[in-house]
Ligand binder design. Structure first.
Ligand code: SAH
Length: 515
């Protein structure tokens, strides 16, 4: 056994995060990002790549920021080594694949030299995924028996170029160039000079796999000019080969209903991912600019056996109620005798996740509608198959626990009290402002749509000075309560969901975009 007092080195994971679409991250990448102590990440990783990181993990940006200076490779490698030798597990997260123009090989060699254990997690590389999302297969039985991935970073005019350009021009298959879109004139001239036909199809894919994807097509002879005229910029890959002509027939990504639209999601980060995922799947470019966040009030829940009805008005309320019970060494069995009322399908769904079925879900999804549904009688304990409410007589006041946010309005308790109910309000969490950066404010202003999923997202966005004015972005409201909050801020939603759910909001947005 060694007497060395130093900790056992942590493992370094060289993780590929794919080309940009968060759905193209591997299960292994997500699992490791959620587990490690330290994440060192590059600029070109999916927007949501690190959302699953541990709250106490150290996240270090070693990428290029807004054209600024990149952290030198040597510094990055030193950081990797230092964290690992201190016993920490490290995910080195890179765009695409770590071993394809990702300097993963150099980092692995450095780790090996230092005796640090490492693992490589391959990723979906941009040179395959970008063309794929443009409708271009990089190999094809009738077009290309092979594909070569080439750096466009080298200047072919310079004598120190290590690329054998005539050899490359003679490669019998597709060529995919990474980097160096600005060098396209030299690259294509060298290919033609090396014997490649100037008439061969070519395409450039910028920001492949994300909502901002742009594709131009031409020939080896024209593509440099076409790309420059279209203002194509990094990150982009260039495809040379007859497969590029298949795009006309096989394009698919750009035909999605929200392709080319930018949508700002103002929802709390913890809840935004579902909506953002749905919008991205429809082709939208989503910017997550949370204006609110919920904070647990660590409430003490009164004995639940004392209530006939437990009313929950948000998914977060359900999670907080269950968490509060467990914190006190209690659990949902206390709810067994009560009628459970949920304000909408989202709340009902989270109830199901914890093994509870909502007895009452109103037709429309407002607190008032919930009150109406309860007072209409279908919330009476026993009326919906729930056991009776603790053996009280039908004339005794019904005891209702309203478990919700501290800022919940008085409409719901007022209606219930007016109907003779005995209402106990339990504040489980509060909604607080999430600071909005200048960059986020500008992103919202430049978006096509801005979504409001609750009154508080509207109020807090206005307070943070981020409420857009004018026709763009078009405000999208989830329902009447949110619309009322917007109206108070003198904002008229361009779109209001017919049904106050996330599904309803997405449907309304798609309908508006296709008008
Ligand atoms: N390891 C990465 C490549 C890093 S080099 C991978 O495997 O994909 C950076 C280059 O990758 C960019 O200059 C561009 O050529 C390409 N690239 C990365 N993301 C891209 C994207 N979403 N669309 C098009 N090209 C992309």
């Amino acid at each position: 056994m060694t007497q060395d007092p130093r900790p056992t080195p942590g493992t370094v994971y060289l993780v590929g995060a794919g080309p940009g679409d968060p759905g193209l991250m591997t299960a292994r990448a997500l699992e490791l990002i959620a587990a490690v102590d330290v994440v060192l990440y590059d600029a070109l990783i999916p927007a949501t790549a690190l959302d699953g990181a541990r709250p106490d993990a150290e996240l270090v940006d070693v990428g290029k920021r807004g054209g600024g200076a990149q952290v030198p490779q040597e510094t990055t490698e030193q950081l990797l080594v230092r964290h690992a030798l201190a016993g920490r597990s490290v995910a080195r997260v890179k765009g695409g694949d770590p071993f394809v123009f990702g300097r993963g090989g150099e980092e692995a060699a450095r780790l090996r030299a230092q005796g640090i254990p490492f693992e490589v997690v391959p990723g979906v590389t941009a040179g395959i995924a970008g063309p794929a999302y443009a409708g271009i297969p990089v190999t094809h039985r009738e077009h290309a028996p092979g594909v070569a991935f080439v750096t466009g970073h080298e200047n072919p005019d310079k004598p120190e170029s290590t690329i054998d350009w005539p050899g490359l021009a003679g490669f019998p298959g597709t060529l995919v160039f990474y980097m160096g879109v600005r060098r396209l004139p030299q690259i294509t001239a060298s290919l033609i000079g090396g014997g490649r036909s100037a008439d061969e199809p070519a395409a450039v894919v910028q920001s492949g796999t994300v909502g901002g994807q742009r594709v131009v097509t031409g020939t080896v002879g024209t593509i440099a000019e076409v790309a420059s005229e279209a203002g194509i910029a990094a990150p982009a890959v260039t495809v040379v080969g007859s497969v590029a002509s298949l795009r006309d027939e096989l394009r698919w990504f750009e035909d999605r209903p929200l392709f080319g639209r930018t949508v700002a999601v103002t929802r709390a980060r913890a809840q935004a991912s579902g909506l953002a995922r749905r919008l991205r799947a429809l082709g939208a470019e989503v910017i997550e600019t949370p204006t609110i966040r919920t904070r647990s009030l660590a409430a003490t829940v009164p004995p639940l056996g004392a209530f006939d009805v437990i009313a929950l008005t948000s998914p977060n309320g359900v999670r907080e109620l269950v968490a509060s019970l467990l914190r006190d060494d209690r659990d949902v069995r206390e709810l067994h005798a009560a009628t459970i009322a949920a304000v909408g399908p989202g709340t009902a769904r989270v109830l199901r996740e914890v093994g509870l079925r909502a007895d009452v879900v109103p037709e429309t999804f407002t607190g008032e509608a919930l009150a109406a549904a309860l007072t209409a009688g279908d919330g009476r304990a026993g009326a919906t198959g729930a056991p009776d409410g603790g053996g009280r007589g039908a004339s005794a006041p019904r005891r209702v626990l309203l478990a919700r946010a501290a800022t919940g309005g008085s409409a719901l308790p007022d209606v219930l009290r007016a109907a003779g109910d005995e209402v106990t309000e339990l504040a489980l969490y509060e909604t607080v402002a999430e600071p909005l950066s200048d960059a986020a404010r500008e992103q919202i202003a430049a978006a096509d749509y801005v979504t409001f999923t609750s009154a508080s997202t509207a109020t807090f966005l206005a307070q943070a000075g981020g409420m857009p004015t004018g026709d763009r972005p078009r405000p999208v409201s989830i329902g009447p309560v949110t619309t009322a909050a917007l109206s108070e801020l003198r904002v008229t939603p361009a779109v209001e969901a017919a049904e106050a759910t996330i599904d309803g909001l997405v449907a309304a947005l798609v309908a508006d975009a296709s008008d």
